[in-house]
Ligand binder design. Structure first.
Ligand code: TGC
Ligand code: FAD
Length: 388
């Protein structure tokens, strides 16, 4: 079954540059050849396809919008299109790239010393070193400012104590960007694998993002060198600054999952015969397909506009929240409608819709839940924060 086609109802492709189209086409080819044939088995086995990391590095997909240090320096829109094509394969592949690039390389790039950048960024861009990002804790998800993890300086070392939960890439990572309070103020640290007192444990029993590596990180009076502090970090705005990058990528990525589900449903509906006709000929099925096509098209325009604003240095965090919130919601709705159109076959993992649908439940929750983004938009339009 062919899944890789583009819904381009409003000729949005005309609005992309040559470079942006080339990035999208190249990543789509990679996903078609290297991800789609293996992803159902990896999801079934609960294993991340780590053999793809090096190729993603060679293709410039890790830290792709950063400049220098071996990074590709793509436009935000090209980066978004790359994320869209990766998530067309599976949200776990886009999650890997989001965490590596936006949540781990970006803070080193934005808040690190020159020595930290030279040590980590070229190796991470090549995929030789893998990173993870520890903000969430078991009791502090939507409200990270309450975090309990602490760091204190003793005898020329930082001692970190606390627990981080739901950490993507956690067990395979060579380094973790860990957020901890120093005298009540949030700072970022680089914790290397093998640091005394640092352990990563796989989260088992997931029904979503099964092909992603998710871990609990424990820091039991973990000792790290003094110069592993990211010196330019200062307060919650530092990790939230990283989230802006990743949330932008998710707004595009979710569209990839939506496209895959739309095409699977469309192709199935044209071929599946009931009452002596293809089910695509029934008005109720066409209504679903029309809604899916319309919502995907509106979401493409939203992602593109925010991307252009980002490239001009004019995007705001609240605009990115609107794109993340809307596009993940429509992708989840599209995946559910696709699953419905596939009937009983829709529950099998030889089709893509239900795997995407289950993945999107996590995407709806991570990087700020749907409702947290509702409140961020609410604050932007009213000027009144309503989180508490
Ligand atoms: P609040 O008082 O509003 O803000 C504290 C400081 O931060 C500034 N700020 C931002 N800065 C940059 N970017 C943003 N998006 C920012 N939002 C706020 C703000 O101006 C302030 O600065 P300053 O100078 O005054 O100190 O903070 P709050 O505690 O009231 O929280 C606000 C809230 C709820 C919006 C925030 O906590 C939030 O976004 N919560 C959601 C947490 C979240 O998204 N966690 C994600 C964890 S990582 C993850 O999920 C990775 S999944 C990866 C994958 O697999 O793809
Ligand atoms: P809670 O904050 O407990 O929220 C539970 C419910 O209450 C939600 O519906 C929420 O919207 C609602 N709620 C909370 N506060 C309010 C409010 N003020 N008003 C209205 N409703 C509210 N974190 C990392 O740091 N790094 C990672 O790499 C990472 N990867 C992840 C991978 C996966 C697969 C998942 C599922 C999560 C990951 N996370 C990661 C954690 C993710 O960011 C959190 O799950 C998310 O921020 C929500 O936190 P929570 O799960 O504790 O939910």
């Amino acid at each position: 079954m062919k899944v890789f086609e583009n819904l381009d109802y409003l000729h949005i492709k005309d609005l992309f540059s040559e470079e942006e189209r080339l990035v999208a086409d190249t990543v789509r080819g990679f996903v078609e050849e290297e991800v789609i044939p293996i992803i159902a088995n990896h999801a079934r086995d609960g294993k991340f396809p780590a053999h793809l990391i090096k190729t993603m590095g060679e293709m410039g997909l890790l830290g792709s919008s950063l400049k220098g240090y071996g990074c590709a320096g793509m436009s935000s829109v090209a980066y978004g299109l790359a994320m869209q094509e990766l998530e067309r394969g599976d949200s776990s592949i886009r999650s890997f790239a989001s965490v590596q690039g936006s949540l781990c390389m970006y803070p080193i790039y934005a808040y690190g010393t020159e020595a930290q950048k030279k040590k980590w960024l070229p190796a991470m861009a090549k995929g030789e070193k893998v990173g993870c990002f520890g903000l969430t804790e078991p009791d502090f998800g939507s409200n990270p400012s309450g975090m309990l993890t602490k760091a204190e300086k003793k005898n020329g070392k930082w001692i970190i104590h606390g627990t981080k939960m739901w950490i993507t890439n956690g067990t395979m990572a060579d380094l973790a960007i860990v957020w901890a309070k120093v005298n009540g103020r949030i700072r970022g640290f680089i914790v290397e694998k093998g640091a005394p007192g640092f352990t990563a444990r796989e989260v088992k029993g997931k029904l979503s993002l099964r092909a992603s590596d998710t871990a609990e990180l424990s820091f039991d009076r973990c000792e790290i060198p003094e110069d592993n502090l990211l010196p330019e970090t200062d307060g919650l705005k530092s990790p939230l600054g990283c989230l802006n990058q990743a949330r932008f990528g998710i707004a595009w990525g979710a569209l990839g999952a939506a496209h895959a589900c739309f095409y699977e449903a469309l192709s199935y509906a044209k071929n599946r015969i009931q009452f002596e006709k293809p089910i695509a000929s029934f008005q109720l099925v066409q209504a679903k397909l029309a809604d899916m096509a319309t919502e995907i098209t509106k979401a493409q325009l939203l992602a593109l506009r925010v991307g252009r604003l980002k490239d001009e240095g004019r995007s705001t965090a609240a605009q990115i929240s609107m794109a993340k919130r809307n596009n993940v919601k429509i992708a989840l709705d599209v995946s559910r409608q696709a699953r419905e159109i596939l009937g009983a076959n829709g529950i099998l993992d030889e089709y893509h819709a239900m795997r995407h649908m289950n993945n999107l439940e996590s995407v709806y929750t991570y990087e700020g839940t749907h409702d947290i983004h509702t409140l961020i938009i609410g604050e932007a339009v009213t000027g009144i924060p309503a989180y508490k």
